[in-house]
Design a protein. Sequence first.
Length: 76
Amino acid sequence: MKTPSEIVAYYEGFPEESRLQVGPFRLEFERTKEILSRVLPKPPARLIDVGGAAGAYSVWLADQGYDVHLVAWLRC
């Protein structure tokens, strides 16, 4: 399955390893953490972060006590 060009262009516009730390993306990061905190089981639990790119959420989840396995998608 090919990723739509609009999505690729959007994510190529920002360095993913720092995107969630600046500007409006900080709100995205905080809101996603809030939602995950409500729906995930309490740690310790094993999680798979599929498509987690630079691992921003994986790091945060590991800091919360989860056993996180990151499966990143790489475009070649």
